[in-house]
Design a protein around this ligand. Sequence first.
Ligand code: T1G
Length: 702
Amino acid sequence: MSRQTGIQRERPLPETVSTTLEHGIAVILLDNPPVNALGHNLREPLFRALEAARADDAVKAIVIACAGRTFIAGADISEFGKPPKAPSLPDLIDLLESIDKPTIAAIHGTALGGGLELALGCHYRIADRSAKIGLPEVTLGLIPGAGGTVRLPRLVGPEAALGIIVSGKPIGMDEAFSLGAVDRIAEGDLKGEAISFALEKLAENGPHHHIRERSGKLQVDDAAFEAAIRQVARKARGLTAPVKAAESVRNAVTMEFGAALAREREIFLERVASEESAAQRHLFFATREAAKTKGVGRDIEARPIARIGVIGAGTMGGGIAMALANGGIPVTILEMNDEALARGLHQIDRSYAGSVARGSISEDEKTARLARIQGTTRYDALAACDLVIEAVFENMEVKRQVFGALDKVLKPGAILATNTSYLDVNEIAAATARPQDMVGLHFFSPAHVMKLLEIVRGDRTAPDVLATALALARRIGKVPVVVGVCNGFVGNRMLAARRQQNEALLLEGATPAQVDKVFTEFGWPMGPFQMADLSGLDIAWNNRKSLGQTAPIADELCEAGHFGQKSGRGFYLYEDGGRVPVPDPSVQALIERKATELGIERRSIGADEIIERTLYPMINEGAHILEEGIAARASDIDVVWVNGYGFPVAKGGPMFWAERFGPAKIVERLEHWYTQTGNALFKPAPLLRQLALTGGGFAGLA
Ligand code: T1G
């Protein structure tokens, strides 16, 4: 530390930046694997390299390029929330904009977040045809913090910039080039073409304009632009970042460049400090950690998967077949008879027709996906499959029969998977002579939409079977979490804990609509009763019956054939086959009658009590799941709940949310409700007690 300057001087950083001079062009190469994140270890040497290139008369132009699989994938997310180190990214871009020599960003892989912002600090951008560019900050609860919301509107126009920024989705080169975000598409050697491009620009003899000097594209149709911004708020589902990002894009249009930039930075720093962004940053890393599982290192090779069989063309089987076909995988779907098969294939066709009608896929894409799905009623038609996923009725005997039959027809090395949502995978595996080739692949309804895939590791599941399941999840765009065998695995086991209290709350005085309102205000897309109606009350009913458990209200609804949306009534009424839940007076009467029969006095119940009696038992069950090693990390539980059950991303998942106020508070409230209700559900898990005593947290457990 030099006392005069007060700037921290640390031990020399590994060389992540090197400069070569070719034909008077300084090529500054960044090399900070795995994704050239702009951490301090890259910013500092890059700053020095740019200063040197600016000062060096031999340098006529500058190309910034990256080694490895991608251009800069953004700021280093792991640095957020820590004390900032100079130079910052805005410092770097200010330096870039102080350089009059042509500066060119040579983009391959992805230029995301701060990586694109740095490229926007250059005069020009050249990119590989396969490259993608984007500003995904909103997916981290942030907004671009180094000029993205101010420079991109000047380059591509405010409307296009707004779309790119609030969606957080990267765009490809055709779109980027047509918008003017990149100046040239490289068809071969990117670095070579970037140098030729620089020489071309030099030959044009300037001037070279930085984006900050360009305002030609800032004209907007005010009414249309304001309408687009209002639409952002409607679509944000309560998340703050997209709304703030839209506000910052508007500033780029209405304010002077410097003022808009300063305001963007203020909003960015507010977002960095927010709980919402902390939660979403937690989920970024948690999702990547969840894909790592003990005993399945990079050295374990996945088995090749060219064709997949699906058994059952019902709601789950059909959705799974679509998820696979959407991922480019040929599928053979088996049903017991032609009629059931025709019904299943018709449902798939209807679903794709709906996507075409909504414009989410083209007619050609529909045809291509349908062409990948073949139907059969014969088991031997599955003989060529590398993997078969069973999605039949949730009954152990039926499952064992199916796997017994599969064991006879499938080739050696084929993988057998069950989509059971709670049954014992080891018991199913025992129905075959190859339990090592058995795994649970638990999809969530609708399977072609929901992101989560619970990969259930049986006692005998081979490591390469797990590696294959993880690779398959990536291939079809699912978020995998590897879990152990227990009833309901991670998600449904915790859901059962919440569901048990749901009924108790209704009997003691709450209404389905009141409970659901508390949940939607908490940030869930829908409440537990509406969700139960959507997924079908009969699934949980069959599970309860198989476990000898009861739920007085839901059981009576099911006995009456009221299974939820699919039968037009459940906890709510759904008129004319619609999806809008309408409170049903007969359900309220049923609840009150049951309460009387059970001698339960009804009273008014507040929102805090609803939250404590539903989410705390879930967290408690989560602690038991960690104790038993069913989940490897608390963050895995968060990934399950956010991607499979709609737990609000702004809260980061149940275990991350619990961490905000700590195990001690949870234990204290659990004990309160245990005293009140005598229900073992509220008995604090030993792990929770231990953390409450030691002051530790879930994050430190892994
Ligand atoms: N910071 C830190 N680590 C990162 C990172 C980042 N930006 N991006 C990836 N990693 C790590 C990741 O955790 C994993 O680590 C490894 O790299 C490989 O990633 C000021 C505010 C680029 C599309 O949001 O979307 O810039 O698990 O498994 O599937 O305005 O990574 O191996 O230990 O995901 O090939 C904005 C985030 C930041 C992009 C590659 N940028 N990254 O996907 O690999 S905010 C982003 C991605 C910002 C400025 C602001 C993807 C990828 P590990 P991976 P992949």
